[in-house]
Design a protein around this ligand. Structure first.
Ligand code: NAP
Length: 325
């Protein structure tokens, strides 16, 4: 197959530079309206396109992929997380899957720090108060938050984004770093970040002033932080999540925020986006962002070009640089 004839579906709008790069090279269908595609449309696309470039907003399950041979041979995902794709079903149907690791690490670590700072310093509450006309002026006890310097940040998962967050928190904000992860980081990485690995999640939760989640989503990490884990956290600790919504039991989180067991939380991701758990919406001490982790112009362009690099490799029959299935 020549590269020009490869049929590619991009399911959502991409930054113009990345869309342009693909349309110059392949027969590309773009989604100019940027409307989420229905499951029926996605299922149909498997018979119409050689390559589909989905995002986290496309749930690609076994029913959509189907068992019969389909035209689509590659899902070049725009994003590093891939829990929205049924990887086993892709393997069974001989559909390769790639993601975009690395290019969004700094942007997402920046956002984790933003959530940590916003939650600790109560800046969301402050802005709401000011805009509502409720600010009555400076006073010594007004909206006192918590300092980060000298406090302990516990990272759950210690891959690319967690380590970049550790770098910012340790070298920029003077925080001590603990981590809990499936595998240990190299000793020089631990030394460079002043990071200590905890043997159990419970130990990390017990010792951290701020806990930030960085594991992938999916069955293995579903409700990893529930009522029992929150009860193990320090009284008044802060919980931040830029990983995936399913990692937290949000009813347990809302109860802990209401009772003051946790002083604050900062969330970028939710179990059934774009729905935000109603129990959280009325709480002042939770920062709620609309999944902005990688949302910078530079990062989103780089993500598109990284997905395109995988399409290029597929077109030329080369090994896929970011193959996950
Ligand atoms: P990564 O480099 O693969 O890091 C994942 C880390 O989690 C690894 O240290 C991994 O350990 C560990 N881990 C996996 N399963 C675990 C388990 N069951 N228990 C304990 N540790 C476990 O991935 P990344 O690039 O840092 O991205 C992390 C996640 O962030 C992505 O999967 C994605 O869902 C999310 N994300 C969100 C945004 C956003 O917009 N908010 C943006 C980018 C990414 P091993 O080394 O043993 O595998």
């Amino acid at each position: 197959m020549t590269a020009k004839r490869l049929r590619v579906l991009v399911t959502r709008r991409w930054p113009e530079a990345a869309e342009h790069y693909l349309t110059e090279r392949y027969e590309v269908t773009l989604n100019a309206e940027d409307a989420p595609m229905s499951p029926a449309r996605l299922a149909q696309a498997f018979d119409e396109y050689d390559v589909i470039c989905p995002t986290v907003s496309d749930k690609i399950d076994a029913d959509i992929i189907g068992a019969a041979p389909r035209l689509t041979r590659l899902l070049a995902n725009f994003g590093v997380g891939f829990d929205h794709i049924d990887i086993a079903a892709c393997k069974a149907a001989n559909v390769a899957v790639t993601n975009t690791p690395g290019v969004l690490t700094d942007a997402t670590a920046d956002l984790a720090m933003a959530l940590i700072l916003t939650a600790a310093r109560r800046t969301g509450e402050g802005e709401r108060e000011l805009r509502d006309g409720r600010w009555s002026g400076w006073r010594p006890t007004h909206l006192m938050g918590r300092s980060l310097s000298g406090k302990t940040l516990g990272l759950v998962g210690f891959g690319r984004i967690a380590q970049a967050t550790a770098h910012r928190a340790h070298h920029g904000f003077g925080m001590n770093i603990l981590y809990y992860s499936r595998s240990a980081a190299a000793p020089d990485v631990e030394r460079g970040l002043g990071a200590n690995r905890m043997a159990t999640l419970e130990e990390l939760l017990r010792r951290s002033d701020v806990v930030s989640l960085h594991v992938p989503g999916g069955a293995e990490t579903s409700n990893m932080i529930g009522a029992k884990e929150i009860a193990a956290m320090k009284p008044g600790a802060i919980l931040v999540n830029t990983a995936r919504g399913g990692v937290i039991d949000h009813d347990a989180l809302a109860a802990a925020l209401k009772s003051g067991a946790l002083s604050a939380a900062g969330l970028d991701v939710y179990p059934a986006e774009p729905v935000v758990p109603a129990s959280l919406l009325g709480l002042e001490n939770v920062v709620l962002l609309p999944h902005l982790g990688s949302a910078t112009v530079e990062t989103r362009e780089a993500m598109g070009l990284r997905a395109a690099a995988n399409v290029n490799a597929f077109a030329s029959g080369s090994p896929l640089p970011d193959r996950i299935a």
